[in-house]
Design a binder for this molecule. Structure first.
Ligand SMILES: [Ca+2]
Length: 345
C-alpha cells in the first residue's frame, strides 16, 4: 500500500527561494523593561474603603517586566506590545479609617508583590503607538494586610485574596532610534500604561487602585531579520538564496521555516496515512514560521501559481508568520510540481 502511494507522488518536487526587493519585515523581540523612577509615575494611589469611610495612601511601585514588541525597523513603528510577566514590589502603606473621633480601622499593607501581564496579544496602532490599556492587568499577589478594626483584628493577605484589575483608557509605546550600527538598530523604549480599578477585599471592604505605570528600556532590532539570524548563527556572509550546507534547502527557506543553521529538516514528507490521497507534509522548526511561506504549484509546466488555500491545512497561503503546526498540502494524483517560495526581507 505505501509503495503504491509513493509511486503516485509528483515526479519532482522543487524547493525554491525567490529574491524580491520587498519591504523590510517586522521583527518580534523579547525584552526586559524597568519601571522608571521619574516623579509622579509608578506611584500607586490606593484607596481603602470600608463602611463608606475612605483613606487614600501612596505606594511606590518598582521592578521589571518581560515584554514582547513587534517592530518595523523600516518605519520605527510598533504593532504589538505584550507583557508576559512582571516582577514588581510596592512600598508599605498604613491606612487609618476614622468616623469623626472614632477610629474604625487601622490597617497596614506590607511586603506587597505584584505582577503584570497581557490577557491576549497586545495589539498597538502602528502610526500612533497607542493601545487599549484594558488588555493588560496588574495583580497584587503577595503581602500582608494586618491591623485592628472596630469589628476585631484584621489579618488578611493578598496571597489568599489577590487584588487584580486591568488598565484603563489608552496606553502608549514610544520608540526613539538612538543608533544604527551595521544591521542593528538601537531604540529607547518608553511605555505608559494607565491603571484604574477596584477590587472587593471582603464584604463591604474595597481596594481602589489608580496609577500610571511607566516602563523604560533599550532594544536592538536587526534591520534585516535574515541577516540577523545568519550573523547570530555564525554564517554572516551566507546569501539568502544559497545553500550553505548543500542539503538542498536554501538558507533563506531554512530561516523562514523557523530552523537554525545546523538543522537538516526533511521537507515534503509524504503522508502515508490517508489512502487514496497524496499529501505532503512540511514541518516548521521550533520557533514557527518566521516569514510568509508561499506554497506554489506548477501543473503541466504551465508556470508557477499560488496553490488554492483549500489545498493546505489551515487554509492560508502564504502560510503566515508564527504558524508552528505542520503544513499539510493535499494533492491529487496528477503529475505536478510543488515548491515553497520565500521573499527576502
Ligand atoms: Ca541548506
Amino acid at each position: 500500500m505505501s509503495r503504491a502511494l509513493i509511486s503516485g507522488l509528483p515526479a519532482a518536487l522543487a524547493i525554491f527561494v525567490m529574491l524580491a526587493g520587498g519591504a523590510i519585515a517586522q521583527v518580534r523581540v523579547n525584552t526586559i523593561l524597568a519601571l522608571s523612577d521619574a516623579p509622579d509615575v509608578n506611584v500607586l494611589n490606593v484607596t481603602l474603603s470600608a463602611l463608606g469611610i475612605e483613606d487614600q495612601e501612596e505606594s511606590e511601585l518598582s521592578g521589571t517586566v518581560n515584554a514582547i514588541l513587534t517592530i518595523d525597523p523600516g518605519t520605527d513603528q510598533v504593532s504589538e506590545f505584550t507583557l508576559s510577566s512582571g516582577d514588581l514590589t510596592a512600598t508599605d502603606m498604613s491606612f487609618s479609617l476614622e468616623l469623626g473621633p472614632i477610629s474604625v480601622a487601622d490597617v497596614d499593607l506590607s511586603g506587597i508583590k505584584a505582577t503584570i501581564s497581557t490577557t491576549l496579544q497586545g495589539l498597538v496602532t502602528p502610526g500612533s503607538g497607542q493601545f487599549d490599556a484594558s488588555l493588560h492587568q496588574v495583580t497584587l499577589y503577595e503581602g500582608a494586610i494586618t491591623g485592628s478594626a472596630i469589628t476585631g483584628e484584621v489579618d488578611e493577605n493578598f496571597t489568599e485574596s489577590p487584588v487584580t484589575g486591568a488598565g484603563a483608557g489608552t496606553g502608549t509605546v514610544t520608540l526613539s532610534r538612538t543608533a544604527v550600527e551595521g544591521n542593528i538598530v538601537t531604540y529607547d523604549v518608553l511605555v505608559v500604561l494607565p491603571l484604574e480599578f477596584s477590587n472587593p477585599l471582603q464584604d463591604g471592604v474595597d481596594v481602589i487602585v489608580n496609577s500610571t505605570v511607566q516602563m523604560e528600556g533599550t532594544i536592538e532590532v536587526p534591520l534585516d531579520p535574515y541577516l540577523g539570524w545568519a550573523e547570530l548563527n555564525g554564517i554572516p556572509d551566507a546569501p539568502f538564496e544559497e545553500d550553505h550546507d548543500g542539503d538542498g534547502v536554501p538558507n533563506g527557506l531554512l530561516w523562514a521555516l523557523g530552523y537554525n543553521v545546523n538543522d537538516r529538516p526533511s521537507l515534503f514528507t509524504p503522508d502515508l496515512f490517508i489512502p487514496g490521497q497524496v499529501d505532503l507534509i512540511v514541518t516548521p522548526g521550533p520557533v514557527g514560521i518566521r516569514a510568509p511561506v508561499f506554497v506554489e504549484g506548477n501543473f503541466d509546466q504551465g508556470g508557477w501559481t499560488l496553490l488554492d488555500p483549500f489545498l493546505l491545512l489551515g487554509f492560508e497561503n502564504p502560510v503566515p508568520v508564527g504558524e508552528d503546526w505542520p503544513i499539510v498540502i493535499f494533492l491529487s494524483g496528477d503529475r505536478n510540481f510543488v515548491r515553497l517560495r520565500v521573499e527576502k526581507p
